[in-house]
Structure formats: structure tokens, C-alpha cells
Write a protein of this length. Sequence first.
Lengths: 64, 211
Amino acid sequence: MLQVNGKEYAGVGKTVGNVVIEMNFDIRTIAVELNEEIVSKADYDSTTLKEGDVLEIVSFVGGG
Amino acid sequence: MLPTKEEFYEALVERHGRKNQEKFSKATVAICGLGGLGSNIAICLARAGVGKLILIDYDKVDVTNLHRQQYKANQVGMLKTYAMMENLMEINPYLQAEAYSIILNENNLQDILKEADIVCEAFDDARYKAMLVNEVLEKFGEKYILSSSGMAGFGSANLITTKKLSGRFYLCGDGVSDVEDGIGLVASRVMVCAAQEAHMVLRILMGECEP
């Protein structure tokens, strides 16, 4: 199991890009941190998730 | 009669304490976007005596901005950078500030933001918010980035919080109230969110890194 936005998620072996798509995030409006380190958008599809990883996907909404 | 630089500084010391004020006065903070968030953040930080502000916005003041942004009716049509400089200098004539009337992007931000200790994301478009947060965290190992997401509408102001997401990344807002849902932006709620960003800037500068 890994943690995505504070909840358990069955994603070991998947890539960051897989999880972003599965959870229906819009890649243009997110920032992703894996174990508190930013993941570059260029690396979403090559970053594979391991047991115990903590993924935070921040999805921005408009307004300011 | 304007207060002298020394009088101005000592008044800040009286309110904030000398140690804190020394830290604020030495700091450089970039404010990316000078709309409802950025104009309010800039005024908070100028009043608090942050030493230098880097102000970035390509847009002009529009009559539809006046309900929540810190501009005046007689500034409609002016570049926001210029109008904000004018307003900030009236508040704190000893502030150092530089302004860029450009669209901040992946190609120019490294140069424009290089001096900043802390970067405040204050855009309105979700894609630009995401771009800036990604770029600052990827390209600058040492800088803090404070961002806001979710402050539209008349919902409770108590839902707006500051969260620390990782070592250098803080997020203010309620996370969900999207202006795209047609709920509009209201001065008071946007100001709560702007004040949270500005307040977190001061806390980080003091060495208090928890929200």
C-alpha cells in the first residue's frame, strides 16, 4: 500500500502518471510530491511507486 | 510630515520586536500576481517592513478589480505593477521594490525570482498556480513557496487554512472553492486567504516554520 493524499491506495508498482490518470486529475493544474519531494512532470511516467511511499497530489482551483 | 526612516523603523520594532524586525527588513519576497491575493499580500508585507518586494503582474487595473483588489478608482487603466508601487510607497516610503510587467513563465522566472527568499504564488488561473509551484520547487532548492487554492464565494471564512505540505511548500485556502464554478470572488474571503499567505511569510522569516 501507499498513501495518496492521506488515504491508503493500492498503487505499488504503478507510476505517478498512472495514479494521476486513475484519480482523474488534470495534469495541467497539479503539483505532485513523493515523500515530500517534488516530482517533475517530465518524470511522472518513469517514477514507479514502492511500498510505503507517500504521494501528495495538489490540485489547484482558480481564483485569486 | 512623513516620518523619517528611523522613526518608521523604530515604530516597527516597537510592534514586532527588534530581532524579528531585523529579519523582516533583510528579507526579499516575490509576489507573483497582483490581483486579489497579491495586492493584499503586498500591502501586508510593506506595512510589516519586509525589506524588499519583487512584484510581478502583466495586467492593468480594471473597474471589475476594485471590489477586492487594493487599487483606487483613479488607477483604472494603469499597469497593476505601477499602481501598486504608487500605493505601497504611500504606505511605506522606505520599502525597496522592483516591478515586472510581464507574464511570468518557465523561461523567465529563474532570473526574476533569483533574489527572493520566499515566493508567494498569487495568480488566479489554476494552470499558472501549478506551473509556478512546480517550477520553484524544481529549480530552487532553497526557496520557500507559498500558494493559495480555493477562496472564491461567500462560504465560511473559517474554512480557509494554511497547510505545510512539505519542507518548503505551504498551501493556503479551502482547497475546493473554484472561481470556475461561477461563485465569484469576495473581498473579505480573498483577503483572509491573502492574509494567511502574508502571515506565513512573516512566521517563516521569524524561524517559525509551522503554520
